[in-house]
Design a protein around this ligand. Sequence first.
Ligand SMILES: CC(=O)N[C@H]1[C@@H](OP(=O)(O)O)O[C@H](CO)[C@@H](O)[C@@H]1O
Length: 554
Amino acid sequence: MLSFEQLKQRLESAGQPHVLQFWSELCEEDRDTFLQELSQLDLKGLKDHCEGAVRAADSPSANLDQHIQPVPPESIGSVRKSDKSCLAEWENEGLLQISQSRVGVLLLAGGQGTRLGVQYPKGMYNVGLPSGKTLYQIQAERIHKIQELSNRKHGCKCTVPWYIMTSEFTLAPTKKFFKENNYFDLDPSNIVMFEQRMIPAVTFDGKVILQGKGKIAMAPDGNGGLYQALVDNKVLEDMKKRGVEYLHVYCVDNILVKMADPVFIGFCVSRGADCGAKVVEKAYPAEPVGVVCKVQGVSQVVEYSEFQPQTAELRGPGGELVYSAGNICNHLFTRAFLQDVAEKFKDQLKQHVALKKVPFVDSCGNHVKPTKPNGIKMEKFVFDVFPFSRNFVVFEVVREDEFSPLKNADGAATDTPTTARNSLLAQHCRWAMAAGATLLDEHGNTLPPAARSEENLLIYSLRKSTGGTKYMKKVCCENSTSLVIDILPEPLSAGLVYPESSSCASAGDSPPTQWEISPLVSYFGEGLEKLLGGRTLPTPFILDEKRAKELQAQ
Ligand SMILES: CC(=O)N[C@H]1[C@@H](OP(=O)(O)O)O[C@H](CO)[C@@H](O)[C@@H]1O
């Protein structure tokens, strides 16, 4: 640890002497903590960081729009457009790789959940499913199941290690939560938690912001901090030791995430890709998802915050969005590629600027909660390594099967606990019905057949035949061929077309059917025919392992 004098001198040469302005007012204990915190900062790089942040915030954001093009549809692999045998081949390849313990998953869980409005890690969030499971538990159970499916198919005992990148905000509570939950019955030695770096928030005139008299305002370095964190925490060495060659990286908030998805892995492997991204068709122009596109001929993601609205609105002849490959933060990397990034490219990653309201102590020592942005936070994005790939592939999946993120608190129009919960329950309802079950509602009435993904196609053709944009409030199905849609005279808010993701299980304003299937019973709808085929079952219903055994025995 540095001495006070050394620290003082370094802060002065970085142009940041104000950091110690309240030193004399701090008690002994606070001084120690502050000294420790400051010693861990990259003080040599601090000057560059502060100056760079101001420069970046000042420079007008590059207008990428003249240089971008959509990714040609023919170069995108697609679940919807591929035949069953192709999908089965990819799945087999993926399961083979998993069975040989060549696949790991990496969770990006360093975020603060500001939009969701919680003080704890998002993964600990319980969206109100009948089982009460949190996002972490659902994910852990999917790991169990994919290991089991691979083992069963290949007669082996594989491991899918779970790497979890946390931040200063999320590490301790995540650790505690996993411990309290007995690591969800996974072997703790296969769960590797590590922390990404934090960097100081800076004022518009390049001063580090003091959040308290003895504390500077720090923020995680963005999910692209992953590559530095892999190096800092020797994660690539760990992967090598375990023989992990493919890493499926995903974001904590998507309740439908198919972790270590064998189809996606198989697709990437069969194309010889070193880097791959899953996308869904964007639901509406202003949807807050990044777009996979080409910038000056190079495939990459342009984040929603950096995409011009008029470009997002562009439509093709059939009314479809020109920039429609919505990034769902699901990436596959080979270990060799990550090694390359770590050695050659990680310092070249673009810095993105976010202007935020950062609470601070003013020069008189008053705590201030700003009402408008006062601070610059610099972030790196996980997908900014795509341009360094030698063979980058894109894989389009079906939204209702694989993407329903939890971003906002209930009350917002989209991506809330309610929409996440409903998407999962609707999916489980579809699986049960597809397996041949008849489901009864609370009054003993038969529920109508569940919507299938092809319904999306009907919605699209309907949109085309009505000539472009229609503002849909709800989409639901009576049966697999007819749709009832409610067309609004205008968007709910500027440019917003309501996402068309409902199924009959969550149609109208009625609550979704309370039919939940544990991932320990089925990873993605498989294996349910033998349990549910030809049966009439009530709701609410939780198909967990115990119920599955009982059904099997009947
Ligand atoms: C830097 C980054 O990874 N941004 C991702 C990420 O957005 P957030 O708003 O940061 O959660 O998840 C979105 C999908 O939920 C994806 O579309 C977007 O590109």
